[in-house]
Design a protein around this ligand. Structure first.
Ligand code: FES
Length: 337
């Protein structure tokens, strides 16, 4: 089905129309948009949605649904305004209350239905799914212990600051630790999360389900500490939506060739296929940019590459050379269909 590319129309991926009720500034660079949905919008705490961006609606970006079904009055998106970020700049600076947005169905596996005690580790904007899950668990299963470690640069960067205070005061089963790299306030810890801190503060980590969301490097470290402290690998979940960017070597170049129409270009080894295609205006749709939504599915005929996600691909797709361009690092000369 073809959809017109106007802001007031759905697109193939985003067919849930919502009206912006209000926009609240959380920190100097993070805003929460509260959205009113006339229809039921099913989602689970911790999931994300793709959002049509701009007046043409021809690009999508993925944002965590920071609200909690059954608890929050509105569906909310909490968005950091990233410099030169097409999606975040539009959502935080141009969209106004009363405007309409189009969202995809909720997606993602970073959800929690376990009754196990929880250890939730978040850094920066990675706190958005953590807050969504926290509200849900605290209200739904009062016997479930929830330990949260939330890392920020400084106290002014704490997202949902007032709500965290209120939850910590209301729910004794919530053990909240805020770590600020600088200017920590009384009750906060100065510095970054580390293995010693987890060892002393969460002695029962082996029995907890560990859920981690933040920048890729943070997630890798936090996962390694949890494993070193005895948490079982099957009990550790990281948010793949925050996937790591591959290191790129500027010194070694490869040739990317497309057969129809013929195009040949040079890009550094380690570049993602998506970045290479966008750089050379090869048509590609990319919504989540993290190997989750499947919108950037692309066929490679031959070449040397490795992939970090095949989440939406079937075995038959992979056998035919399909990859998710956002999750495909080019290692040698590659030919596209
Ligand atoms: S853009 Fe979503 S999987 Fe690549």
């Amino acid at each position: 089905m073809n959809f017109p590319l106007f802001a007031d129309q759905p697109t193939a991926l985003c067919q849930n129309r919502m009206q912006v009720h209000d926009i609240r500034r959380e920190t100097p660079d993070v805003w929460t948009l509260s959205l009113f949905s006339h229809a039921v919008y099913p989602y689970q705490p911790g999931q994300f949605a793709l959002v049509n961006i701009g007046t043409r609606g021809d690009i999508q970006r993925a944002y965590t649904l920071s609200s909690t079904p059954g608890v929050s009055r509105f569906v909310t998106l909490t968005v950091r305004n990233i410099e030169n970020g097409a999606g975040s700049g539009w959502l935080t600076q141009q969209v106004k209350p009363g405007d309409y947005l189009w969202l995809s169905d909720a997606q993602g596996e970073f959800t929690c239905s376990s009754q196990q005690p929880l250890l939730l580790l978040a850094a920066g904007c990675g706190v958005t799914p953590v807050m969504s899950m926290c509200r849900d668990v605290l209200k739904r299963t009062p016997a479930q212990s929830v330990a949260v470690f939330y890392s920020v640069r400084s106290p002014k960067d704490v997202i949902f600051a007032a709500e965290w205070q209120q939850l910590a005061a209301q729910y004794p089963q919530l053990h909240l630790t805020i770590l600020a790299e600088q200017d920590a306030l009384p009750g906060q810890i100065t510095g970054r999360l580390n293995q010693d801190l987890l060892q002393t503060q969460v002695p029962d980590i082996r029995s907890r389900r560990v859920m981690i969301c933040g920048p890729a490097a943070y997630m890798q470290l936090a996962e390694s500490w949890a494993l070193a402290l005895g948490a079982a690998a099957e009990n550790i979940v990281t948010e793949q939506f925050q996937a790591a960017a591959a290191p790129v070597s500027e010194e070694h170049q490869l040739t990317l060739t497309r057969l129809t129409p013929l195009l040949s270009c040079r890009v550094p080894v380690g570049t993602t296929l998506l970045a290479a295609m966008e750089q050379y205006d090869i048509s590609v749709t990319a919504a989540c940019r993290a190997g989750v939504c499947g919108s950037c599915k692309t066929r490679i005929l031959s070449g040397n590459y490795h992939t970090t996600s095949q989440m939406t691909l079937t075995d038959a797709d992979v056998a035919q050379g399909y990859v998710l361009a956002c999750s495909c690092q080019l290692q040698g000369d590659v030919t596209l269909a």
